[in-house]
Design a protein around this ligand. Sequence first.
Ligand code: C5P
Length: 321
Amino acid sequence: MTAVDPALRVTVRVPGKINLELSVGPRREDGYHELVTVFQAVSVYDRVMVQAADEWSVRAVGPYADRVPDTEDNLALRAARLLADRAVEMAGAGTRPGPVALTVEKKIPVAAGMAGGSADAAAALVGCAELWDLGVLRDDLEPLAAELGADVPFLLHGGTAVGSGRGDDISPVLSRGEVHWVLWVTTGDGLATPAVFAEFDRLHEGQELDLPSLSPQLVSALRRMDPDAIGTALRNDLQPAALSLRPDLQEVLDAGLDLGARGALVSGSGPTVAFLVGSQAEALDLSMGLAARGPAGDILRVTGPVGGAAVVDSRGARLRL
Ligand code: C5P
C-alpha cells in the first residue's frame, strides 16, 4: 500500500442534527416553506475524507453506506465542485483547484430527518477549503452552504441555533451544559423530505397558514437547560405529516413516553424519533426499555449540543474550530 501524503488529505468530522422545534408556515413561490426551527447538533458523526485525485468521485463506507449515492447528485460531491468553481473569486486562488476523491464514513442515519446528506456537504466544504488552503472563514462558506440546501449552513456551525427563512438563516441560541437524547431510527425505508412537506401541504389544503414563530418557552428552557421544560416545549409541525406517511411512528412515540422520556418528537421530516431524558442513566434505561419492547429500530444515545463540521487529525482529535 502506498502512503498518502498527509498534505494531500484532510479529514472532517461532522454531526447530525435534530429539530427541537419546527414551526412551518406557508409554501413560498420558490417551492420552499417559510419556517422557524431550533436545530441542535448531536453526537452522532460522519467523517468525510477529502483527498486530491485525478477525477472527482465519492464513495461511502460504514453502517448506512449502502443508502448513499455515489453519483453526481451526491450532495458532498456537489459541495466540493461548487467550492472549486468559486475558489478563484472567493479566495483569490490562482487557478481552479483540481479534483478530489471523497470518502464518507456514514454513521448518521440516512433519510432520517437528521440532515446526514447536508452534514456531509458542510464537511466537504470545510475539508476542501482546508485542502486547497483557501484561507476562508467558516462564515465565508455560508452562502455556498445555503445554495446546497436549507440545513447545510447550520451544520457548518453546529451547537444550538435558530434557523429561519428556509431554515438557512442561522443565529445561535444561548444554552449552557448538555442534554441527553435517545434516538429511535428506523431499520426500514426512510422518509424523503419533499414527500413529507408535500403531505404537510395536503393536510393543510385550503387553510390560511400563520407565519411561523418560535415558542418563548423553548428558548427560556434552553437557557436553563431544564430537561422537563425543554421536553414540554418540543414541537414539530411536520410530525402529523410524518405520522400520516408512517403511522407506526405513533407506537414508537407512545412507547418512549410510557417508559419515562421527558419529551418526544419526530425529528425534522422524520422518521427518526427523539426522546429527551434527564441523564446518562435515564438514557441507558430508556434505550434498554425500547429495545426490549420494540417497535424494532436502531437505538442511539447521543448528547447535544456539539460543534459543527471540524477538521480532525487521523485519531479524531479536533484541530480547529
Ligand atoms: O434544501 P433541501 O434540499 O435540504 O430541501 C429538501 C426539500 O425539502 C425541498 O426540496 C422542499 O421540498 C422541502 N423544504 C421545504 N421548505 C423548507 C426546507 C425544505 O419545503 N424550508
